[in-house]
Design a protein around this ligand. Structure first.
Ligand code: SF4
Length: 82
């Protein structure tokens, strides 16, 4: 699979010029799930998580977002590819 994730959230640690996501993996989740789970629950644990319905696109988010320059960039076990 040769996926490209495009993202326009440019204060994320994984964001890169050209509106690309350079995380090796991300987790998209419902807003409800993301607001209730700690940073360590992220893409590397995806196969163990229970899927849920969102209802509309505004109720989903990228749980892998990490503020650029924050101390949380290693909490999620995600690797930046460049
Ligand atoms: S981790 Fe999520 S918010 Fe951050 S650049 Fe990738 S898709 Fe965008």
């Amino acid at each position: 699979m040769n996926q490209h994730i495009h993202c326009i959230v440019n204060d994320c640690h994984y964001w890169a010029q050209g509106n690309k996501c350079e995380a090796n993996e991300i987790l998209v989740a419902t807003d409800q799930f993301s607001s209730q789970q700690p940073d360590r629950i992220d893409a590397s644990m995806a196969s163990q998580l229970t899927p849920a319905q969102a209802g509309n696109c505004m109720s989903t988010c990228c749980k892998s977002y990490v503020p650029k320059g924050s101390g949380k960039i290693t909490a999620d076990n995600i690797t930046k590819m460049s």
